[in-house]
Write a protein that binds this ligand. Structure first.
Ligand SMILES: [Zn+2]
Length: 399
């Protein structure tokens, strides 16, 4: 299926639900899950008495997620879990002009160092000192900061003029409660709704070979709105196709392996100083699978797991390195007016690295397929959306 970028501009605040609603408080996610777009499409078809077309149509489109962005042409991404910033002065160092007050000591990625370190150790290397990740920012006098590095959450945009963390502010409103089943207000029940303010734009991907479906989706968003509470002042938005330039899988895979080679070489030099005999360069091809949304995996016996396994060109691959954490995956079906079953999944930002004997050129077509299809269960509604070799891994942290 063909990849298309979409840009959604909110007119009203957007409520995209949360996994576990607490009492009288309805939270929201910081992005628009693909399931919300799919829900809008299904509701629109139902409203036009075309319910029988829902299944055939949604089977021809796969929904990614829309992330908060600063421009229709910029695809904002969640940071991978390996991205780190200085605990003392957080934030990007190269920020756009006018954003200087948000500048920090820099945000870098620790994956390629961790990967080279792990692979060299596996091949018998010893290192003179334990690996410490400290802030290497130097002040005017050349004194290094040395602050601890910690994980960065949220989304970032890479703009021609610099880097930017991106999030859409939330707003709270108090509403009279609606019964989920009767869709009528229950007396004297108030609850607070947290929603994303109607500002900025949300950008992300869908895959379909039928451009007419995109027109129907655009009508659906414009007429039905997106997210929860669309009849109560939330969710009005417009949608259109967007021209986003983003590095291809080929390019990302090559850069990933080039940068790994550099980091590997430096670490191999270090370990030779203490007498280890290791190879100067990686001998195989490596690639990462980065989760842009939560994903639900099961192992071959059907038991839930956080570990991603891949079938690639007839080989069953297990990750050689990964970073993940568990998260509840649920949701609310606007089409059915019912909560969806909750499952345990791997969180957005999870990183899995695989090693394969085949060359970069040999695996590119298969990697493109995996990225188009997504991984794990319910990938048709935006779960398990992935990037092969997330470009942020190229922003290598200095040792
Ligand atoms: Zn620092």
């Amino acid at each position: 299926m063909i990849e298309h970028f979409l840009a959604l501009t909110p007119v009203e605040a957007i409520q995209t639900g949360e996994i576990k609603p607490k009492g009288d408080y309805l939270g929201t996610r910081g992005y628009i899950p693909g399931s919300v777009l799919r829900g809008a499409l299904a509701e629109w078809l139902k409203a036009q008495d075309k319910a029988s077309q829902i299944l055939p149509i949604v089977q021809q489109i796969r929904f990614g997620n829309l992330f908060p962005s600063v421009s229709e042409a910029v695809w904002t991404l969640p940071f991978p879990m390996t991205a780190m910033e200085c605990k003392l002065h957080s934030g990007f160092r190269e920020v756009p002009l006018g954003d200087a007050r948000n500048a920090g000591h820099g945000i870098r990625d620790s994956l390629l160092i961790a990967l080279a370190y792990a692979e060299l150790e596996r091949s018998g290397a010893r290192f003179p000192v334990p690996r410490l990740l400290r802030c290497t920012f130097r002040d005017k006098d050349g004194k290094p900061c040395g602050g601890r590095m910690e994980r960065v959450g949220g989304f970032y945009a890479k703009l021609p003029e610099g880097w930017k963390k991106v999030s859409i502010p939330r707003a709270v409103q108090t509403k009279v409660a609606l019964s989920r089943y009767r869709r009528a207000s229950q007396e004297q029940m108030l609850y607070r709704v947290v929603a994303l303010r109607p500002q900025g734009v949300f950008v992300g991907r869908v895959w379909t070979d039928d451009p007419d479906i995109l027109d129907v989706l655009r009508e659906a968003v414009q007429n039905m709105g997106v997210g929860a509470l669309t009849t109560r002042g939330f969710g009005t938005a417009s949608l259109r196709e967007s021209d986003v330039r983003f590095p291809t899988i080929d390019k990302r895979l090559r850069t990933f392996n080039e940068k790994l080679r550099e980091v590997w070489h430096d670490l191999a030099e270090l370990t030779k100083q203490v007498g280890s005999s290791v190879s100067d360069e990686p001998e195989k091809t490596y690639f990462s699978v980065d989760l842009l949304s939560p994903a639900i995996f099961t192992d071959p016996s059907g038991i839930p797991t956080l570990k991603l396994r891949l079938q690639l060109n007839g080989t069953c691959l297990e990750p050689v390195w990964w970073a993940t954490q568990p998260v509840f995956v649920g949701g609310f079906s606007t089409a059915w007016g019912m909560p969806k079953p909750t499952a345990l999944g791997a969180a957005m930002g999870s990183v899995y690295v695989f090693r394969i004997e085949q060359t970069e050129n040999e695996i590119i077509p298969a990697l493109k397929n995996i990225e188009t299809q997504g991984v794990g269960r319910r990938s048709d509604e935006g779960l398990g959306e992935i990037l092969i070799c997330h470009p942020f891994h190229e922003e290598v942290m200095l040792v």
